[in-house]
Design a protein around this ligand. Sequence first.
Ligand code: ZN
Length: 249
Amino acid sequence: MPPILPPGIDNGNHDDIDVREALFNDAAIGSISYVQASKERITQLRGILFDLDPKLYRTGPISPHVPSDPREFFDLIAQNWLARHPLLQQAQVRISGIGLHAIINLDPPVVFCSDGERDRWAGVVETVQAALPVDPDQPGMTAVTRPVGSINSKNGASVELLREGTSVTADDVLSLFTEMCKTPFRTVMTILTGTNRLTPCPICQGEATTLSALDYSGQCYGGCGKIKLQQLYDLVLQPRDRKHEEGRR
Ligand SMILES: [Zn+2]
């Protein structure tokens, strides 16, 4: 059994199996049942997690090869997504054992003075997480990570720090939040592809077609017409049904 520790106390036992680390309140480290908290119990936010598991992603026109090894997945795919946005560039990246945990660390933490403020930030976190193609079932503000050096029992791998990253401020996070509210399609397309104009269109792949990013949607000229944001995510995410089947196996 992993030890139960008081909040914020790190006893150095990072070889413990399946230990978790909170990105909220006092950054508790301990067993999942000790560390996890309901949204209502969160009084300060220290980080935003993007759970990037190679199993979530499919090959396709914008990612012809998806490595299953987390380090190769970072080098070939995730690193590029993060590099294409000034906030995501600051993320810390850990190999969680099987996938990657990219973490936007907030310093100072965002302290909530009211339930309303916490609820507003819960929305900010989920909106910011949607800048990357994360699992739609991933928790928002309540997400926890794994401490560096701990063991993931799923494959016995130890959690590694791949990139230290740099802390950001609440205003930095709110700036991506505003972008995601005002220009979600352009923001996500730029992060996923590095451009706001692609020839041929990756959705229909028709000859002489071009996908251009507008603010809320895309437009495929000479091909499939109006493109929704969900269709961009679908270019890289496995179909939900298949993923759920794999999860049940
Ligand atoms: Zn098209």
